[in-house]
Design a protein around this ligand. Structure first.
Ligand code: ZN
Ligand code: ZN
Length: 362
């Protein structure tokens, strides 16, 4: 029996085939697995009556015995001085407008939960509020301690806005209208059930998402993700609109914005699905009285734990020092956040407490 002669190119061909299969099996399925893990974080659970709820059920906000005196103290707060709010640095926006062109990754704290982020040639805002008071009746609502860190007219061109939920300190219609008028191209990304409110207010480029859903802008992907909170804007609309956190992912970088949230296992699930993150924004204020707040807001120690669960390389503290919303002393959240970060091994270098208006590269 004669031996069959193998073609000379066969070894090279086989080597190329094995290399291609190895690359494919490590890159492509990894990407697929990540997408499946993100999708598995949704959809958001609903009650029998169709209202949205949390993985842990509906958050309690304490009994009337806690809530009524709290609201009296809030009204009293209009006349009381509360020292200890953050300092403000003047930010004229010149660097940020110029930076839109080459896009050094930056984060700017405008105040409260409003961040301006630039990364990989996109510029976006989280929960933008420039109004003086987060309330339907602004003269009676909570006071703003510190002016926004940058004037709205000094902003660079905004590609998109992510909104976490409909509470007045996060969904501020006057600000959203101004942003939409300034740039009709700006996309407004909201959790389910919030688009109608924006459309009624002439903000037409609005897109709704459930938890686990995503959209893209060039090579950037924006993911709508779970949080543990609630929603309400009027007397009877409790939990009819969804709340969420958001992640923004480019081929080079990952950013996470938690919105308002209680501590929950979602952080470790999101960390497993998508982590590590180059930067996460965690809320550290509005945790007193505990009976009212603990199931829908984090205290500073929980915010540090959340950042660790998410696999944060850096964590920026938000949702404090801007509006008179809760009982804890104004200066307490950032002090406790830094102490907890140091104790936990997140480290002081990786835990950022900004002045309002401050910009840092990340
Ligand atoms: Zn809220
Ligand atoms: Zn809030």
């Amino acid at each position: 029996m004669g031996t069959m002669k193998l073609p000379r190119f066969l070894p090279t061909f086989l080597l190329a085939l094995v290399t291609a299969l190895t690359l494919f099996s490590t890159v492509a399925p990894g990407f697929e697995t990540e997408n499946r893990a993100i999708e598995s974080l949704g959809p958001a659970p609903r009650d029998a009556d169709g209202r949205f709820t949390n993985w842990t059920g509906t958050s309690s906000h304490g009994g009337l015995g806690v809530r009524f005196p709290f609201f009296l103290r809030r009204i009293g707060g209009i006349f009381r001085s509360r020292p200890g709010f953050p300092t403000r640095v003047e930010n004229d926006g010149a660097f940020l407008r110029e930076n839109s062109l080459h896009s050094t990754p930056t984060v700017t704290w405008v105040g409260h939960a409003t961040l301006l982020i630039q990364m990989d040639h996109v510029t976006f805002l989280t929960d933008p509020i420039w109004s003086d008071s987060p309330s339907p009746i602004s003269f009676a609502g909570p006071r703003r301690y510190v002016e926004p860190g940058i004037a709205i007219e000094d902003l660079p061109k905004i590609d998109f806005v992510v909104i976490s939920h409909n509470h007045y300190d996060h969904l501020d219609l006057p600000t959203l209208r101004t942003l939409a008028e300034r740039n009709p191209e700006t996309r407004f990304l909201v959790p389910l059930g919030n688009a109608d409110l924006l459309k009624k207010n002439k903000i037409d480029r609005v897109e709704e998402f459930d938890w686990g859903e995503s959209t893209t802008l060039g090579d950037i992907t924006i993911h709508c993700l779970p949080s543990r909170h609630w929603s309400k804007r009027s007397l009877r609309d409790d939990r009819k609109a969804l709340w969420s956190s958001w992640a923004v992912q480019s081929p080079k970088r990952k950013f996470y914005f938690s919105g308002d949230t209680g501590y929950f296992k979602g952080f470790s699930r999101i960390g497993e699905a998508m982590g590590p993150f180059d930067l996460v924004a965690v809320p550290i204020g509005a945790y007193e009285p505990t009976e009212m707040m603990k199931e829908s807001h984090m205290n500073p120690e929980e915010a540090v734990r959340a950042a660790i669960d998410l696999g944060a390389k850096r964590a920026i503290a938000i949702h404090f020092g801007t509006f008179d919303l809760s009982d804890e002393p104004v200066a307490e959240p950032p002090a406790r956040f830094l102490a907890a970060a140091e104790d936990s091994g997140l480290t002081l270098d990786a835990s950022w407490v900004f002045q309002i208006g401050e910009t840092r590269p990340f």
